[in-house]
Design a protein around this ligand. Structure first.
Ligand SMILES: CSCCC(=O)C(=O)COP(=O)(O)O
Ligand SMILES: [Zn+2]
Length: 199
């Protein structure tokens, strides 16, 4: 399922090169995550590494290392008990939308689509957390840890500026839907800006 999801996201242009990473959590809180630096359209069963909740490798094919962004997955799993699958992708629209963020948050457009992200409000005012893209991934994870402890985001996702979107869910389908809905919001925001619409 992780490899099939990666192929689909690659086909959409969200995982080009070796961009992005995917993980799925097991009942013991260990999780399978994509190995670092692998082409996401060509993943095989040797391209996944199982790590524990401290990030220590439990199972890996020879020479495979867990994603360089494993620390971010660990923070998300630690904060959100309902998160069982995490998808991280790099789309052009996500990177454009990072420029629309203010004070570490991107206001999402008040669209019907937000219902799919768990927001039933008639006129939603919902912010997606946005983090700086620090060279040290562990430092991004520390920022996320602090922000999620301070404030629980209303939607199951987070954006890293000039980098990409991470979304999560209780199963693979939900995580994918959340990713797609947030990417839809990004496309909407980019097009609305180019048409000089209010939102
Ligand atoms: C061209 S991808 C740069 C690293 C990155 O942001 C990413 O998502 C992939 O890293 P990984 O170690 O998971 O392959
Ligand atoms: Zn990335």
């Amino acid at each position: 399922m992780l490899a099939a999801s990666a192929r689909e996201f690659y086909r959409r242009g969200w995982m080009l090169g070796t961009a992005g990473n995917l993980s799925a959590r097991l009942p013991d809180d260990s999780f399978w995550i994509t190995a670092s630096g692998r082409p996401k359209d060509l993943l095989t069963e040797t391209d996944f590494v199982r790590v524990d909740d401290e990030g220590r490798v439990l199972e890996a094919a020879a020479m495979r290392k867990p994603s360089a962004e494993t620390a971010i997955h660990r923070v998300i799993y630690r904060h959100f008990a309902e998160a069982r699958w995490i998808f991280h992708v790099h789309s052009v629209e996500a990177n454009l939308c990072g420029h629309f963020a203010r004070d570490g948050a991107l206001r999402l457009p008040p669209l019907e689509m937000l219902k799919g992200l768990g927001v039933p409000d008639a006129e939603p005012e919902v912010d997606l957390p946005v983090f700086p893209n620090l060279v040290d991934v562990a430092a991004i994870a520390v920022r996320m840890d602090a922000e999620f402890a301070r404030h629980r985001p209303r939607v199951p996702g987070a954006l890293i500026h000039r980098h990409g979107l991470t979304a999560w869910g209780p199963d693979a389908h939900a995580a994918r839907h959340h990713l797609e809905l947030l990417e839809y919001c990004f496309r909407y925001l980019v097009q609305a800006r180019s048409l000089a619409l209010g939102d």
